[in-house]
Design a protein around this ligand. Structure first.
Ligand code: TYM
Length: 327
C-alpha cells in the first residue's frame, strides 16, 4: 500500500515554484489510500522566525492547502509541532546520523554560509527531522520538487541504517517529482531556482500576487537575445522556464507550445504565460480569501493532528521497543 507524505515550510508566502513543483501534485496523491500533508513549522525555525509571522504563515499555508483542493476527508492535513512524535523520532534519527554526512548537505552548506560562529545546530540536524517526518508514517512516496533530492537520499540511508541495526521497520521512501516543473527557475536569473527568500521581488511569483504584479514580473523575465522560442534548458534557460510554466498552467506540452509560438516574439510568450498563471491562480486566491479567517481551518488542523498522532505514536512505540528504550 502506498503511503504518501510531503511537507512545506511556513516561512513566507509560497511561490509559483512551490505550487508547480509540489503542491499542485499533492491533489492527485490524496487519492491514494493514505496520505499526509504537513506544515513543517519546526523546519522553519532552523532559521530565525518572528513568532507572530510564523503563526500567520502557518494559517496561511493551511488555507492554501485547502484552496488548491486538498480535501480533509481524503487526506490528513496537520501542523508538525502539534504531533510531538516528530521531535521524538528526530532525536532518534540524530543518534544514527553522522556529522560528516550532515555537513556535506548542500542546503546546510548554503544556509550556514556567512554565519561565522553562529550557525544554528538545527540547520545541521534538519535532515534527521525530515527523515522522522516521513518515517513516522512508514511513507513510501514523497511528492517534492527537485531540490529535495539529497534530503530524500539521506532519509533512505537513515531508514536503511535503522532497519539494519534494529530490525526491519521502515520502507525506504521514494521521491516523486513531476516530469516538467520539478525546478521552476528564478525569473531574474534562470540558472537559479525560484525561491521564497529571494531578495529580488521580480524573481519570484507568489501565489497571492495581484494580477498586475504577475503580468509585470513575467514581462520583465530574463530571456536571451536569440529570439526563437525553443525548449532547451541548457542554452535557453529563461525561455525554457517560461515554456515550462506555461505548459504546467495550460496542460499543453512544451512541443505543442513550440509549434504555437513558431515565428512569434518573446513578448507574446511572456504575456500569454502571465495570463495562464493568472487563470490558474484566480480560483485558488478566491477560495483562499474565503477560508483564511474561518474557524473551519482550526478544526481541520485539530482533527488532522489527532489522526496523525495515532499513527505516529504507534510507530514511535515500535521504534522504542526495537532500540531498548522501553522497559
Ligand atoms: P520547501 O518549503 O522549501 O518547499 C516546498 C516544496 O516546494 C518545492 N519547491 C520547488 N519546486 C519546483 N521549483 C521550485 N523553484 C521550488 N521551490 C520549492 C520543494 O521541492 C518542496 O517539495 N525540506 C522541505 C520541507 C519538508 C519535507 C518533509 C518535504 C520537511 N519535511 C518531508 C517532504 C517530506 C522544504 O524545505 O520544502
Amino acid at each position: 500500500m502506498a503511503v504518501v507524505f510531503s511537507g512545506v515550510q511556513p516561512s513566507g508566502t509560497l511561490t509559483l515554484g512551490n505550487y508547480l513543483g509540489a503542491i499542485k501534485h499533492f491533489v492527485d496523491y490524496q487519492e491514494e489510500e493514505e496520505s499526509y500533508f504537513c506544515i513543517v513549522n519546526q523546519h522553519a525555525i532552523t532559521v530565525p522566525q518572528d513568532p507572530k509571522q510564523l503563526r500567520d504563515n502557518t494559517r496561511s499555508l493551511a488555507a492554501l492547502y485547502l484552496a488548491v483542493g486538498l480535501d480533509p476527508k481524503k487526506t490528513t492535513l496537520f501542523v508538525q509541532s502539534e504531533v510531538a512524535e516528530h521531535a521524538q523520532l528526530a532525536w532518534v534519527m540524530q543518534t544514527i546520523s553522522y556529522v560528516g554526512e550532515l555537513e556535506r548537505m548542500t542546503q546546510f552548506k548554503e544556509k550556514a554560509q556567512n554565519r561565522g560562529e553562529s550557525i544554528p545546530a538545527g540547520l545541521l540536524t534538519y535532515p534527521p527531522l525530515m527523515a522522522a517526518d516521513m518515517l513516522l508514517y512508514k511513507t513510501t512516496d514523497v511528492p517534492v520538487g527537485d531540490d529535495q533530492k539529497q534530503h530524500i537520499e539521506i532519509t533512505r540511508d537513515l531508514a536503511g541504517r535503522f532497519n539494519h541495526r534494529f530490525g526491519e521497520l521502515f520502507p525506504l521512501p521514494k521521491m516523486r517529482t513531476p516530469k516538467v516543473g520539478a525546478r521552476i527557475m528564478s525569473l531574474q536569473d534562470p540558472t537559479k531556482k525560484m525561491s521564497k527568500s529571494d531578495a529580488n521581488q521580480n524573481a519570484t511569483i507568489r501565489l497571492l500576487d495581484s494580477e498586475k504584479d504577475i503580468l509585470k514580473k513575467l514581462k520583465r523575465a530574463q530571456t536571451d537575445s536569440d529570439n526563437t522560442i525553443r525548449f532547451d534548458k541548457e542554452n535557453k534557460p529563461g525561455v525554457s522556464n517560461l515554456l515550462a510554466i506555461h505548459s504546467l498552467c495550460t496542460g499543453k506540452t512544451t512541443e505543442q507550445l513550440e509549434q504555437e509560438y513558431m515565428g512569434k516574439g518573446y513578448g507574446h510568450l511572456k504575456v500569454d504565460t502571465a495570463e495562464a498563471v493568472i487563470e490558474i491562480l484566480r480560483p485558488i486566491q478566491a477560495r483562499y480569501n474565503e477560508l483564511i479567517s474561518t474557524s473551519e481551518l482550526d478544526l481541520i488542523l485539530d482533527e488532522g493532528a489527532a489522526k496523525a498522532r495515532e499513527v505516529a505514536s504507534r510507530t514511535m512505540k515500535e521504534v522504542e521497543h526495537a532500540m531498548g528504550l522501553r522497559r
